[in-house]
Write a protein that binds this ligand. Structure first.
Ligand SMILES: [Zn+2]
Length: 61
């Protein structure tokens, strides 16, 4: 697993301990069934709270 580094503050993310995890609010519309994220966890940099990923990390570099 590649290490992650926050591009904003340079905090090295070595494990989920370095991340703040928060649940994304579900976004649902009544009629048009808009769903932006569904049930996902949002991972924030513990240093600057920059969102670094949603759910599992897929892409990097
Ligand atoms: Zn950061």
């Amino acid at each position: 697993m590649a290490e992650l580094e926050c591009s904003d503050c340079g905090t090295e993310i070595e494990s989920t301990d370095d991340l703040e995890r928060t649940e994304l609010p579900e976004v649902e519309a009544d009629d048009s069934s808009v769903s932006l994220y569904g049930n996902s966890d949002l991972f924030l940099c513990s240093g600057c709270k920059k969102p670094l990923g949603v759910g599992r990390s897929g892409s990097d570099s």
